[in-house]
Design a protein around this ligand. Structure first.
Ligand SMILES: Nc1ncnc2c1ncn2[C@@H]1O[C@H](COP(=O)(O)OP(=O)(O)O)[C@@H](O)[C@H]1O
Ligand code: SF4
Ligand SMILES: [Mg+2]
Length: 370
Protein backbone atom coordinates (compact mmCIF):
# COMPACT_ATOMS: atom_id res chain seq x y z
CA UNK A 1 0.00 0.00 0.00
CA UNK A 2 1.32 3.44 -0.77
CA UNK A 3 0.20 6.52 0.94
CA UNK A 4 1.95 9.77 0.13
CA UNK A 5 -0.02 12.83 1.07
CA UNK A 6 3.02 15.00 1.72
CA UNK A 7 6.15 15.60 -0.31
CA UNK A 8 9.11 14.25 1.66
CA UNK A 9 8.78 10.80 3.20
CA UNK A 10 10.74 10.43 6.41
CA UNK A 11 9.56 7.07 7.70
CA UNK A 12 8.30 4.20 5.63
CA UNK A 13 7.14 1.07 7.43
CA UNK A 14 6.51 -1.89 5.15
CA UNK A 15 4.81 -5.12 6.11
CA UNK A 16 6.03 -4.94 9.69
CA UNK A 17 5.41 -8.07 11.71
CA UNK A 18 6.18 -8.47 15.38
CA UNK A 19 5.40 -11.96 16.62
CA UNK A 20 6.01 -13.39 20.07
CA UNK A 21 6.43 -17.15 20.39
CA UNK A 22 4.84 -18.31 23.65
CA UNK A 23 4.11 -21.70 25.20
CA UNK A 24 0.56 -21.43 23.90
CA UNK A 25 1.43 -20.41 20.36
CA UNK A 26 2.48 -17.28 18.47
CA UNK A 27 1.13 -13.91 19.56
CA UNK A 28 0.89 -11.85 16.37
CA UNK A 29 0.98 -8.42 17.99
CA UNK A 30 1.75 -6.63 14.71
CA UNK A 31 0.78 -8.55 11.62
CA UNK A 32 1.72 -6.83 8.38
CA UNK A 33 1.59 -3.11 9.10
CA UNK A 34 2.52 -0.56 6.42
CA UNK A 35 2.44 3.21 6.64
CA UNK A 36 4.38 6.33 5.76
CA UNK A 37 5.15 9.52 7.57
CA UNK A 38 6.41 12.75 6.01
CA UNK A 39 8.91 15.08 7.57
CA UNK A 40 7.21 17.47 9.95
CA UNK A 41 3.80 15.79 9.74
CA UNK A 42 1.79 13.87 12.31
CA UNK A 43 0.38 10.37 12.11
CA UNK A 44 -2.14 9.24 14.70
CA UNK A 45 -2.25 5.53 15.44
CA UNK A 46 -5.48 4.69 17.18
CA UNK A 47 -7.05 1.55 18.54
CA UNK A 48 -8.21 -0.03 21.76
CA UNK A 49 -5.84 -1.45 24.31
CA UNK A 50 -4.10 -4.58 23.03
CA UNK A 51 -4.32 -3.77 19.31
CA UNK A 52 -0.53 -3.71 18.86
CA UNK A 53 0.15 0.01 18.93
CA UNK A 54 2.95 -0.01 21.51
CA UNK A 55 4.56 -3.15 20.15
CA UNK A 56 4.70 -1.57 16.67
CA UNK A 57 6.22 1.69 17.89
CA UNK A 58 8.69 -0.10 20.15
CA UNK A 59 9.92 -1.99 17.09
CA UNK A 60 10.67 1.32 15.35
CA UNK A 61 12.85 2.26 18.31
CA UNK A 62 14.47 -1.16 18.29
CA UNK A 63 13.26 -1.92 21.80
CA UNK A 64 12.46 -5.52 20.81
CA UNK A 65 16.17 -6.23 20.50
CA UNK A 66 17.38 -8.70 23.08
CA UNK A 67 13.86 -10.09 23.57
CA UNK A 68 12.29 -13.16 21.98
CA UNK A 69 10.25 -11.08 19.51
CA UNK A 70 10.36 -12.17 15.86
CA UNK A 71 10.42 -9.04 13.73
CA UNK A 72 10.25 -8.82 9.95
CA UNK A 73 9.49 -6.25 7.28
CA UNK A 74 11.18 -2.90 6.73
CA UNK A 75 11.41 0.24 8.83
CA UNK A 76 13.00 2.79 6.54
CA UNK A 77 14.07 6.03 8.18
CA UNK A 78 15.09 8.06 5.17
CA UNK A 79 17.18 5.43 3.36
CA UNK A 80 18.19 3.31 6.32
CA UNK A 81 16.33 0.15 7.28
CA UNK A 82 16.42 0.35 11.07
CA UNK A 83 15.84 -3.40 11.30
CA UNK A 84 19.19 -3.98 9.57
CA UNK A 85 21.25 -1.87 11.97
CA UNK A 86 23.53 -3.41 14.56
CA UNK A 87 22.46 -2.98 18.19
CA UNK A 88 25.15 -0.36 18.65
CA UNK A 89 24.05 1.62 15.59
CA UNK A 90 20.45 1.47 16.77
CA UNK A 91 21.40 2.67 20.25
CA UNK A 92 23.17 5.61 18.68
CA UNK A 93 20.13 6.60 16.65
CA UNK A 94 17.70 6.17 19.51
CA UNK A 95 17.32 9.48 21.30
CA UNK A 96 19.10 11.30 18.49
CA UNK A 97 17.13 10.58 15.29
CA UNK A 98 14.13 8.88 16.87
CA UNK A 99 12.91 9.79 20.33
CA UNK A 100 10.01 8.64 22.43
CA UNK A 101 7.74 10.01 25.09
CA UNK A 102 5.70 7.62 27.19
CA UNK A 103 2.41 7.78 29.00
CA UNK A 104 3.95 7.95 32.42
CA UNK A 105 7.25 9.79 32.70
CA UNK A 106 7.61 8.59 36.30
CA UNK A 107 8.27 5.12 34.99
CA UNK A 108 10.77 6.34 32.41
CA UNK A 109 12.60 8.85 34.61
CA UNK A 110 14.89 7.64 37.35
CA UNK A 111 13.60 8.66 40.78
CA UNK A 112 17.08 9.18 42.30
CA UNK A 113 18.44 11.62 39.73
CA UNK A 114 17.33 15.19 39.18
CA UNK A 115 15.22 15.98 36.16
CA UNK A 116 18.00 18.24 34.90
CA UNK A 117 20.73 15.61 35.21
CA UNK A 118 18.64 13.13 33.24
CA UNK A 119 17.90 15.56 30.45
CA UNK A 120 21.53 16.75 30.34
CA UNK A 121 22.68 13.13 30.16
CA UNK A 122 20.50 12.53 27.09
CA UNK A 123 22.25 15.49 25.49
CA UNK A 124 25.77 14.50 26.58
CA UNK A 125 25.42 11.00 25.13
CA UNK A 126 25.00 12.44 21.65
CA UNK A 127 26.99 15.67 21.76
CA UNK A 128 30.61 16.41 22.50
CA UNK A 129 30.03 19.26 24.94
CA UNK A 130 30.94 20.15 28.52
CA UNK A 131 28.62 19.39 31.43
CA UNK A 132 28.18 23.10 31.88
CA UNK A 133 27.02 23.52 28.29
CA UNK A 134 24.65 20.54 28.64
CA UNK A 135 23.14 22.10 31.76
CA UNK A 136 22.66 25.41 30.01
CA UNK A 137 20.99 23.66 27.09
CA UNK A 138 18.77 21.72 29.54
CA UNK A 139 17.60 24.91 31.22
CA UNK A 140 16.88 26.40 27.80
CA UNK A 141 14.76 23.36 26.89
CA UNK A 142 12.89 23.37 30.22
CA UNK A 143 12.06 26.99 29.58
CA UNK A 144 10.96 26.18 26.05
CA UNK A 145 8.49 23.52 27.23
CA UNK A 146 6.90 25.96 29.67
CA UNK A 147 8.43 24.97 33.00
CA UNK A 148 8.53 28.04 35.23
CA UNK A 149 11.81 29.02 36.93
CA UNK A 150 13.78 26.53 34.88
CA UNK A 151 17.11 27.50 36.46
CA UNK A 152 15.96 26.27 39.84
CA UNK A 153 13.57 23.54 38.66
CA UNK A 154 16.44 21.93 36.80
CA UNK A 155 17.61 20.58 40.17
CA UNK A 156 14.26 19.11 41.19
CA UNK A 157 13.55 15.38 41.32
CA UNK A 158 10.81 13.80 39.19
CA UNK A 159 8.45 13.30 42.16
CA UNK A 160 8.60 17.05 42.85
CA UNK A 161 6.91 17.74 39.51
CA UNK A 162 3.19 17.44 38.76
CA UNK A 163 2.14 14.96 36.08
CA UNK A 164 1.88 17.73 33.50
CA UNK A 165 5.29 19.16 34.42
CA UNK A 166 6.87 15.73 34.22
CA UNK A 167 5.40 15.27 30.78
CA UNK A 168 6.82 18.67 29.78
CA UNK A 169 10.23 17.60 31.11
CA UNK A 170 9.96 14.34 29.16
CA UNK A 171 9.20 16.33 26.02
CA UNK A 172 12.24 18.52 26.69
CA UNK A 173 14.37 15.40 27.02
CA UNK A 174 13.01 13.82 23.86
CA UNK A 175 13.53 16.95 21.76
CA UNK A 176 16.91 18.05 23.11
CA UNK A 177 18.78 16.31 20.28
CA UNK A 178 16.39 17.58 17.62
CA UNK A 179 15.14 14.16 16.42
CA UNK A 180 13.50 13.89 13.03
CA UNK A 181 10.90 11.49 14.46
CA UNK A 182 9.15 11.68 17.80
CA UNK A 183 7.00 8.78 18.94
CA UNK A 184 4.49 9.70 21.61
CA UNK A 185 2.79 6.66 23.13
CA UNK A 186 -0.39 7.74 24.94
CA UNK A 187 1.41 10.92 26.07
CA UNK A 188 -1.61 12.48 27.74
CA UNK A 189 -3.62 9.47 28.90
CA UNK A 190 -2.59 9.89 32.55
CA UNK A 191 -3.35 13.63 32.60
CA UNK A 192 -6.56 15.50 33.27
CA UNK A 193 -8.40 17.07 30.36
CA UNK A 194 -7.07 20.62 30.77
CA UNK A 195 -3.45 19.57 31.09
CA UNK A 196 -3.92 17.12 28.23
CA UNK A 197 -4.99 19.96 25.93
CA UNK A 198 -2.00 22.06 27.01
CA UNK A 199 0.45 19.25 26.34
CA UNK A 200 -1.05 18.59 22.90
CA UNK A 201 -0.78 22.30 22.09
CA UNK A 202 2.81 22.32 23.25
CA UNK A 203 3.66 19.33 21.06
CA UNK A 204 2.15 21.00 18.02
CA UNK A 205 4.00 24.20 18.72
CA UNK A 206 7.34 22.44 19.16
CA UNK A 207 6.71 20.37 16.07
CA UNK A 208 6.56 23.52 13.99
CA UNK A 209 9.75 24.80 15.59
CA UNK A 210 11.73 21.55 15.32
CA UNK A 211 10.04 20.21 12.18
CA UNK A 212 9.87 16.74 13.74
CA UNK A 213 7.51 14.14 12.41
CA UNK A 214 5.27 12.86 15.20
CA UNK A 215 3.70 9.46 15.58
CA UNK A 216 1.08 9.84 18.25
CA UNK A 217 -0.39 6.66 19.68
CA UNK A 218 -3.70 6.86 21.44
CA UNK A 219 -6.96 5.05 22.10
CA UNK A 220 -8.75 8.39 21.74
CA UNK A 221 -9.88 9.66 18.32
CA UNK A 222 -10.36 13.09 19.93
CA UNK A 223 -6.59 13.34 20.36
CA UNK A 224 -6.11 12.30 16.75
CA UNK A 225 -8.60 14.93 15.58
CA UNK A 226 -6.64 17.57 17.44
CA UNK A 227 -3.18 16.53 16.30
CA UNK A 228 -2.93 14.35 13.26
CA UNK A 229 -2.60 14.87 9.52
CA UNK A 230 -3.07 11.18 8.83
CA UNK A 231 -4.65 8.47 10.91
CA UNK A 232 -4.14 4.73 11.02
CA UNK A 233 -6.80 2.73 12.85
CA UNK A 234 -5.45 -0.55 14.23
CA UNK A 235 -7.39 -3.64 15.17
CA UNK A 236 -5.87 -6.96 16.19
CA UNK A 237 -2.39 -6.09 14.95
CA UNK A 238 -3.47 -4.78 11.55
CA UNK A 239 -4.47 -1.52 9.91
CA UNK A 240 -8.22 -1.51 9.31
CA UNK A 241 -8.54 2.06 8.05
CA UNK A 242 -5.85 4.51 6.99
CA UNK A 243 -5.66 7.88 5.30
CA UNK A 244 -5.91 11.64 5.77
CA UNK A 245 -7.38 12.47 9.18
CA UNK A 246 -10.00 14.86 7.91
CA UNK A 247 -11.21 12.30 5.41
CA UNK A 248 -11.42 9.47 7.92
CA UNK A 249 -13.24 11.54 10.52
CA UNK A 250 -15.84 12.76 8.05
CA UNK A 251 -16.20 9.68 5.81
CA UNK A 252 -15.12 6.63 7.80
CA UNK A 253 -15.93 3.33 6.08
CA UNK A 254 -14.98 0.64 8.59
CA UNK A 255 -17.40 -0.36 11.38
CA UNK A 256 -14.61 -0.45 13.96
CA UNK A 257 -13.77 3.19 13.21
CA UNK A 258 -17.47 3.97 13.58
CA UNK A 259 -17.37 2.34 16.98
CA UNK A 260 -14.38 4.42 18.03
CA UNK A 261 -16.10 7.59 16.83
CA UNK A 262 -19.15 6.76 18.91
CA UNK A 263 -17.04 6.39 22.02
CA UNK A 264 -15.03 9.65 21.85
CA UNK A 265 -15.28 11.88 24.87
CA UNK A 266 -15.23 15.54 23.84
CA UNK A 267 -11.76 17.10 24.19
CA UNK A 268 -13.22 20.29 25.63
CA UNK A 269 -15.11 18.22 28.18
CA UNK A 270 -18.58 19.02 26.77
CA UNK A 271 -20.93 16.20 27.54
CA UNK A 272 -23.55 16.36 24.81
CA UNK A 273 -21.78 13.80 22.63
CA UNK A 274 -23.22 10.38 23.39
CA UNK A 275 -20.70 7.90 24.68
CA UNK A 276 -21.38 4.47 23.29
CA UNK A 277 -18.62 2.01 24.06
CA UNK A 278 -17.98 -0.73 21.50
CA UNK A 279 -19.63 -3.88 22.88
CA UNK A 280 -17.38 -6.83 23.63
CA UNK A 281 -13.62 -6.95 24.09
CA UNK A 282 -10.65 -6.74 21.74
CA UNK A 283 -9.60 -10.23 20.65
CA UNK A 284 -6.64 -12.21 21.89
CA UNK A 285 -3.79 -11.93 19.41
CA UNK A 286 -2.90 -15.54 20.12
CA UNK A 287 -6.02 -16.89 18.40
CA UNK A 288 -7.67 -13.95 16.64
CA UNK A 289 -11.10 -14.54 15.05
CA UNK A 290 -11.18 -15.95 11.52
CA UNK A 291 -11.98 -13.73 8.56
CA UNK A 292 -12.38 -10.13 9.66
CA UNK A 293 -11.03 -10.05 13.23
CA UNK A 294 -13.75 -7.56 14.17
CA UNK A 295 -16.61 -9.85 13.14
CA UNK A 296 -17.65 -11.07 16.61
CA UNK A 297 -18.31 -7.45 17.62
CA UNK A 298 -19.52 -6.03 14.33
CA UNK A 299 -23.16 -4.89 14.23
CA UNK A 300 -23.10 -4.62 10.41
CA UNK A 301 -21.92 -8.04 9.26
CA UNK A 302 -25.45 -9.15 8.32
CA UNK A 303 -25.23 -6.61 5.47
CA UNK A 304 -22.41 -8.61 3.89
CA UNK A 305 -23.51 -11.47 1.62
CA UNK A 306 -22.70 -15.04 2.63
CA UNK A 307 -20.09 -15.83 5.26
CA UNK A 308 -17.35 -13.54 3.92
CA UNK A 309 -16.95 -11.72 7.26
CA UNK A 310 -16.24 -14.91 9.17
CA UNK A 311 -14.13 -16.68 6.55
CA UNK A 312 -12.15 -14.13 4.56
CA UNK A 313 -9.76 -11.48 5.80
CA UNK A 314 -10.72 -8.31 3.90
CA UNK A 315 -7.85 -6.68 2.00
CA UNK A 316 -7.06 -3.01 2.47
CA UNK A 317 -8.87 -1.47 -0.47
CA UNK A 318 -9.53 2.11 -1.57
CA UNK A 319 -12.47 3.75 0.18
CA UNK A 320 -15.43 4.73 -1.98
CA UNK A 321 -14.75 8.39 -1.23
CA UNK A 322 -11.52 7.98 -3.18
CA UNK A 323 -8.28 9.80 -2.48
CA UNK A 324 -5.67 8.03 -0.40
CA UNK A 325 -8.08 6.58 2.09
CA UNK A 326 -8.11 2.78 2.44
CA UNK A 327 -10.22 0.44 4.58
CA UNK A 328 -10.39 -3.24 5.40
CA UNK A 329 -14.05 -4.31 5.23
CA UNK A 330 -16.41 -6.38 3.04
CA UNK A 331 -19.41 -4.02 3.31
CA UNK A 332 -20.71 -3.33 -0.21
CA UNK A 333 -21.87 0.25 0.44
CA UNK A 334 -20.30 1.58 3.64
CA UNK A 335 -20.93 5.23 2.77
CA UNK A 336 -24.69 4.66 2.71
CA UNK A 337 -24.64 2.78 6.02
CA UNK A 338 -22.55 5.54 7.58
CA UNK A 339 -24.94 8.27 6.46
CA UNK A 340 -28.12 6.46 7.43
CA UNK A 341 -27.20 4.62 10.62
CA UNK A 342 -23.92 5.83 12.06
CA UNK A 343 -23.67 9.57 11.55
CA UNK A 344 -26.72 10.35 13.70
CA UNK A 345 -25.14 8.43 16.60
CA UNK A 346 -21.57 9.73 16.71
CA UNK A 347 -19.81 12.71 18.28
CA UNK A 348 -21.28 15.50 16.15
CA UNK A 349 -18.73 18.14 17.19
CA UNK A 350 -15.80 16.01 16.18
CA UNK A 351 -17.07 15.43 12.68
CA UNK A 352 -18.13 19.06 12.29
CA UNK A 353 -14.72 20.24 13.51
CA UNK A 354 -12.94 17.87 11.18
CA UNK A 355 -15.00 19.08 8.26
CA UNK A 356 -14.32 22.70 9.13
CA UNK A 357 -10.65 22.30 9.99
CA UNK A 358 -8.32 23.55 7.35
CA UNK A 359 -5.47 24.35 9.68
CA UNK A 360 -4.60 23.28 13.16
CA UNK A 361 -4.66 25.62 16.16
CA UNK A 362 -1.46 27.44 16.96
CA UNK A 363 -1.57 28.60 20.56
CA UNK A 364 0.26 27.15 23.50
CA UNK A 365 -0.84 27.57 27.05
CA UNK A 366 2.15 26.80 29.21
CA UNK A 367 2.38 26.88 32.95
CA UNK A 368 -0.27 24.74 34.58
CA UNK A 369 0.47 24.85 38.29
CA UNK A 370 1.75 21.92 40.23
N1 LIG B 1 6.67 -9.73 25.11
C1 LIG B 1 5.44 -10.13 24.76
N2 LIG B 1 5.11 -11.44 24.71
C2 LIG B 1 3.88 -11.86 24.35
N3 LIG B 1 2.88 -11.01 24.02
C3 LIG B 1 3.13 -9.70 24.06
C4 LIG B 1 4.42 -9.17 24.43
N4 LIG B 1 4.36 -7.81 24.38
C5 LIG B 1 3.10 -7.51 23.99
N5 LIG B 1 2.37 -8.63 23.81
C6 LIG B 1 0.97 -8.69 23.37
O1 LIG B 1 0.85 -7.96 22.17
C7 LIG B 1 -0.43 -7.37 22.09
C8 LIG B 1 -0.33 -5.92 21.70
O2 LIG B 1 0.21 -5.19 22.78
P1 LIG B 1 0.44 -3.62 22.73
O3 LIG B 1 1.19 -3.24 21.52
O4 LIG B 1 1.05 -3.25 24.03
O5 LIG B 1 -1.03 -3.05 22.64
P2 LIG B 1 -1.52 -1.53 22.69
O6 LIG B 1 -0.33 -0.65 22.83
O7 LIG B 1 -2.27 -1.33 21.43
O8 LIG B 1 -2.42 -1.47 23.89
C9 LIG B 1 -1.10 -7.62 23.42
O9 LIG B 1 -2.01 -8.68 23.26
C10 LIG B 1 0.03 -8.01 24.33
O10 LIG B 1 -0.41 -8.89 25.33
S1 SF4 C 1 -15.72 -7.14 7.18
FE1 SF4 C 1 -17.72 -7.69 7.99
S2 SF4 C 1 -17.36 -8.05 10.18
FE2 SF4 C 1 -15.59 -6.91 9.39
S3 SF4 C 1 -16.07 -4.79 9.80
FE3 SF4 C 1 -16.75 -5.21 7.70
S4 SF4 C 1 -18.91 -5.79 7.91
FE4 SF4 C 1 -18.01 -5.90 9.95
MG1 LIG D 1 0.13 0.66 24.39
Amino acid sequence: MTHMSEPETLLSVRDLKVHFPTDDGIVKATDGLSFELSRGSTLGIVGESGSGKSVSSSAILGLHRGTNALVSGEILLEDTDLLQLTDEEMRWRRGRDVAMIFQDPLSSMHPYYTVGDQIAEAYLVHNDVSKKAARARTIEMLDRVGIPQPDSRVDAYPHQFSGGMRQRAMIAMSLINDPSLLIADEPTTALDVTVQAQILDLLQDLQREFNSAIMIITHDLGVVAEMADDVLVMYAGRAVEYGPCKEILTHPEMPYTWGLLSSVPDLEGDTDARLVPIPGNPPSLLNPPSGCAFHPRCPHRAKVPGDLCTTQLPELTPASSGGEHVKRCHLPDPAAVFQAEVLPEIAPDLVADAAAATSKTAETTPGESR
